[in-house]
Design a protein around this ligand. Sequence first.
Ligand SMILES: [Mn+2]
Length: 404
Amino acid sequence: MIKVVHFSDLHFGSGERYGSINPETGLNKRFEDFISALDKAVNFSVNKDADLVIFTGDTYKHATPEPVYQKEFAKRIKKLSDSKIPTILLIGNHDVLYRVDGSDALDIYDTLQVNHVTVFNKIEKKNIITKNGTVQIISLPHVTKSRLLTKEEHRNLGTKEQDQLMIEKVKQALEACLQKIDPVDPAILIGHGTIETAQFGSEQDLSIGKVFSFPLGFFQKTELDYIGFGHIHRHQVLQKDKPLILYAGSLERVDFGEENEDKGFIYLEIEKGKVKHEFISTNPRPFITISVDLTQSSDPQKELEDAIIKNKKPAAIIRIRYKINEENFGAVNNEKIKNLLTDSFSYVLQPEIVHKERTYRIADLDVDMVTNPVSALEKYLFDYSEEEKKIILEKAKSLIDSLE
Ligand SMILES: [Mn+2]
């Protein structure tokens, strides 16, 4: 039996706007949260005497991290290396630098040949020798068009065709790896990317939604014992058995999109054809959104304070979203709110100011607007950004065209 610890999406340097500097260490307190989450995974691995540790990518906020992030990550990798635990580092999209040299944030571990550490930066199959036997690893790091497509394919194909071709190339490369699987030893596929059936948190949605995704069928291969993925921050099991397919999720909450998700890492006991797994929470710092509509309130300040007192938790990162009428906005006492939240880790106020009815705009209507609905709409969108305005107007134009 082989004991495996799988963690993912560390993202050192992210979410620091919710923390302040710890004067004793000089580090952002939020970064210290991320370090302590990583410590939990690493210390668990050492205490369990794990045979293998897998990290499925996205080490830092971006691929050119400040030295302090590299140092704190390296300390933990050294601890695993000193404990002689084979450790796998897979490249995520945040680890890749989009340059011709093809280097990435984890290359240094490969270059320095750190004992017991293996970096996976391409689709390949490699055997990892552990103290309890060989494990076969197939890797699917974040794939980029510049690495997988030829210059001609870049030039001649549209984005959609390029995506389809990418997926086809990945499929072929994975199939070639699967053919090399020896049926005797446990086989694990590690990946960083989006699988079609996966769900992600609302805010992360925006940044990764445009990227293509892999069909679940690519990974439903009985030759494999475990498919462990990174990229989507929400921990989730996509298939329970034969093989087990899951996302480990991130180790700490990066933003409010992860407010309702527990965070942690995966502990597995793997024998050929038999896998047990357990999600171990890192007990991430709580994120709390307090939403309150004060537009109908006779005492907005009191109602806001009541909502805060009722919903706050000590040591949490708190977001207060309140809707308030224009004329009452100035009456909100921010100092009193601050005093209510002294036991929080940090907080942000997000007022939404409701302006008076915009009936005056009727007076702006002229003949052109009556005969041209698009220009009427354009007038109506006066306080939208140019970008938003453009998108809405284009949609409106195509709707009107289709009606005509
Ligand atoms: Mn990612």
